[in-house]
Design a protein around this ligand. Structure first.
Ligand code: GLU
Length: 284
């Protein structure tokens, strides 16, 4: 008998209505948990106060249930690793930040996103986070950087330049990303006192004993960043399964702004969950 039973998670953010791309990922996650006789956890990723809205949160419960997702632990039903709302887990993230600070894996950074883009001239292709040019990275041979008065820093993880981070994805096979090239030093704590997605997701997946993370292919590079965080925090990473993205007619991946592909809209138009599941690739 396998002593470690399968634990998967659904980790939606209430920043918009769920669309067909989310449905595909969440349905796949639930199918994999069911096939493995495992437990599914619902965790709400509501850290970005400026973008989260209560109506999106209630829609998540409704839409997930409508497409046939079920879970055994979550904000609505409790469980041994509560709370399941990230907005209530600040202490866990703060403890992880302190560990990264104490071990020297992170450094304070005073650059805004605009500063970074100005230095780079153009955003980095294929990933959401621009490759950090190293402006605030401490240089052991140089003078200490002046601390701008009255400004709070972000905390940035120092990526080990040139190191290849590899893993075997359960769907896509071998993956490899080079630190300092495919991704750079990344923010783990924002200067408005909010942990970044990268840090929160690692802390929670580890704390909730997740054994497999199922999510969209757009997060492949983030997985490499997160593997470095697991290492720095001395945690055991889960397995990963990255799902293909659902694209619109022009080949652009669906986003929350594609109103026509959102599940509420499709439901109102009379589509059934079965039709949605049978036709992930469709015109929206
Ligand atoms: N809240 C994240 C999202 O909606 C979850 C990503 C993940 O599964 O790690 O994109």
């Amino acid at each position: 008998m396998n002593p470690i039973s399968y634990r998967g998670r659904l980790a939606p953010s209430p920043t918009g209505y769920l669309h067909v791309g989310h449905a595909r990922t969440f349905w796949t996650a639930c199918e994999r948990a069911r096939a493995n006789g495992g437990t599914m956890i619902l965790r709400i990723e509501d850290l970005d106060h400026s973008r989260c809205r209560p109506e999106f949160l209630s829609a998540i419960y409704e839409d997930l249930a409508w497409i046939g997702c079920t879970w055994q632990e979550g904000p609505d039903c409790g469980g041994p690793f509560a709370p399941y709302l990230q907005s209530q887990r600040q202490d866990f993230y703060r403890a992880a930040l302190s560990r990264l600070q104490a071990s020297g894996h992170v450094y304070p950074c005073y650059c805004s996103r605009q500063d970074v883009l100005r230095v780079l001239g153009a955003p980095h292709e294929g990933d959401d986070e621009p490759l950090y040019p190293g402006t605030c990275r401490p240089d052991p041979d140089g003078p200490p950087r002046p601390v701008p008065a009255g400004r709070k820093p972000h905390w940035r993880f120092r990526a080990p330049d040139g190191r290849t981070v590899s893993f075997v994805d359960a769907h896509l096979g071998s993956q490899a990303f080079v630190a300092g090239c495919d991704f750079g030093d990344f923010v783990v704590w924002r200067n408005d006192d909010v942990p970044s997605y990268q840090l929160a997701v690692v802390v929670d997946d580890a704390a909730m004993r997740i054994t497999e993370v199922v999510r969209g292919e757009d997060l492949l590079v983030s997985t490499a960043r997160q593997l470095l965080l697991y290492e720095a925090l001395e945690g055991t990473p889960p397995q990963f399964y990255h799902c293909p993205l659902v694209r619109d007619e022009a080949g652009v991946r669906l986003a929350k702004r594609h109103a026509a592909a959102n599940l509420r809209h499709l439901r109102e138009q009379g589509r059934t969950p079965m039709q949605i599941r049978d036709g992930w690739v469709d015109s929206y």
